[in-house]
Design a protein around this ligand. Structure first.
Ligand code: 0RQ
Length: 508
């Protein structure tokens, strides 16, 4: 048994992943650790998937309900989705196999704001939680759980699950101990106190999770690495988007609306977010901070370069190279990186207090500034809303970024009306594409149209968008022109894409 399991009461619980998975019955609700490809259990989901498949081959029903922090990895979401036995899943995911099951109707997917998960679970809307399956770096001699590379919703799963299985992962660096801040003040009660965070470096909790040892039914050991994918090399679009954003920061600093350190930064997942962080490397700002969900490579590089003093998040989302670097140097980041539960990292109160600058990706925006982050052509789930809504509504600055075109130019990211709304016009202050930046602050709907079309739409679609608006204004006369629309045509671009493979009226 590994020295990482220091509490004697847990020693007798060590078993194989297969034996641990055998404890999980059909119909179980399981709270898994895991957030953006880090800190997820590596062994038990695969063993459980085998068990589910074998049951299906015998003609028996075997489904589970899966809860996580956010997206995980092929070894969790992928293998379990492939069994066809994941009947329910919440919250954010990004696995292609699971996406297919969500979109063919096999898996019911409840896509909620990440900060709402703990509250809805504790209020009982998802039923009882049978199991928590949580990755840990180690178990202390006092029986406390040292978190690994993500915190996510683990505190809640450990608290409310009837039974607990811990995967102790010796690949995770011992020196992660001391990087986490686990706050236990989120109970639902009549009088709740403020969450005492006023800047990203504030420590308000403890470095470990508590767990009732009598609930722990199995411990499984592993040394498998987190499997994050490398980032794509920066392309011209991401670089252009980052440059527009940095010009915007310059403008805000000059106008006295942002301090020269900027406000704490939140940046979404993905390549564009990483490009923005890379752009900050050469920008003149010093002593920046970050209050965000995920620590990406770019954030670590900014810390290394002495540009960011401290970054608060709930998880790492690192390339394999950077994950190895973090494992080797975790101690150097104590006090500079803090990982918290997602109901704290994403809490509206704390985000609003700190005037966070929120920058997130989008699928499409419309001419009035409504944003769709989740659905392709109105019906097909991509990933999920994740934490984008937690930040967008409550940030000091709410910014959405995307290339102006998708699928080789057959799709415009600026459309007459979004085919699904995640962030309403009221939550969207700035839209950026490689074409430019639309600053929507203080503008009424009809004043926004030209700003969005002329600054953000690709030239191939600009004229058609102006034509749509002119027609919308005409047909809305006498009916109300606060937000003009030609309802019969509002989704004609999406419809055309579904029918012809392109939003363009006449494909060259
Ligand atoms: O598809 O992978 O098949 O090529 O969407 O698009 O441009 O690479 O951008 O990786 O930043 O993702 C909104 C999905 C953008 C992401 C979204 C297709 C495009 C490509 C990816 P392919 P890009 P990104 C913090 C915040 C919601 C959650 C969030 C996201 C793929 O940012 O999931 O913000 N956001 N969380 O081709 C059809 C369009 C399209 C389109 C792009 N208009 N129509 N397909 N694509 N636009 C993190 C967490 O919450 C954990």
């Amino acid at each position: 048994m590994s020295a990482r399991i220091a509490h004697p009461a847990f020693a007798s619980k060590v078993m194989s992943a297969e034996d641990a998975a055998a404890l999980i019955p059909p119909g179980a609700s399981i709270g898994f650790s895991g957030f953006t490809g880090s800190g997820y259990p590596k062994e038990i989901p695969g063993a459980l998937a085998k068990r589910i498949k074998a049951a299906h081959e015998r003609g028996e029903e075997f489904t589970i309900k899966a809860f996580t922090g956010a997206s995980t990895a092929p070894e969790l979401d992928g293998v379990l989705a492939d069994t066809g036995g994941m009947a329910f899943r919440t919250p954010y995911q990004s696995d292609p196999h699971l996406r297919a099951k969500i979109n063919d109707g096999t898996t019911n997917y409840c896509d909620i704001h990440l900060s709402h998960l703990q509250k809805l679970i504790n209020m009982g809307f998802f039923g009882k939680m049978d199991f928590a399956v949580i990755e840990a770096t180690a178990i202390t001699e006092h029986g406390e759980i040292i978190p690994s590379s993500s915190v996510g919703n683990n505190r809640t799963y450990l608290d409310i699950a009837e039974k607990v299985i811990i995967e102790v992962n010796s690949w995770q660096a011992d020196d992660l101990y001391g990087l986490h801040d686990i706050y236990y003040g989120m109970d639902i009660k009549p009088r709740r106190e403020p969450i005492p965070i006023s800047s990203p470096g504030d420590i308000i909790g403890r470095p470990t999770f508590k767990v009732d040892p009598s609930k722990v039914v199995a411990i499984v050991e592993t040394d498998d690495p987190d499997r994050n994918t490398p980032f794509k090399p920066l392309d011209d679009d991401s670089r252009a988007i980052a440059a527009h954003l940095l010009d915007f920061f310059d403008m805000e600093v000059k106008a006295g609306r942002m301090p020269p350190t900027l406000w704490p930064l939140q940046s979404g997942v993905g390549n564009i977010a990483n490009a923005v962080l890379a752009g900050l490397m050469d920008a003149p700002y010093e002593h920046m901070t970050s209050y965000t969900e995920v620590i990406q490579d770019g954030m670590v590089q900014l810390i290394d370069a002495g540009k960011i003093d401290v970054a608060s998040a709930t998880a790492f989302s690192l390339s394999p190279d950077m994950a190895h670097h973090m494992n080797d140097h975790a101690r150097d980041y104590h006090g500079k990186i803090i990982l918290r539960p997602q109901d704290v990292s994403n809490h509206p109160e704390v985000i609003r207090r700190q005037f966070v600058i929120a920058t997130n990706g989008m699928i499409e925006a419309d001419i009035y500034g409504n944003v769709n982050s989740t659905h392709i052509m109105g019906t097909k789930m991509m990933n999920g809303v994740g934490g984008s809504g937690d930040f967008a509504r409550n940030a000091g600055y709410s910014i959405f970024v995307s290339p102006s075109l998708a699928k080789g130019g057959d799709i415009s990211a600026i459309v007459p009306m979004v085919s699904h709304t995640d962030h309403t016009e009221h939550d969207v202050m700035v839209i950026i594409t490689e074409q430019g930046l639309a600053d929507l602050r203080g503008l009424a709907p009809r004043q926004r149209v030209n700003v969005v079309i002329d600054n953000c739409a690709h030239p191939d679609y600009r004229e058609a968008l102006h034509e749509y608006y002119d027609r919308a204004l005409k047909v809305s006369q006498g009916r109300g022109i606060h937000t003009p629309h030609d309802l019969g045509q509002a989704f004609s671009w999406h419809q055309r894409f579904l029918e012809t493979g392109s939003m363009k009226e006449f494909k060259a």
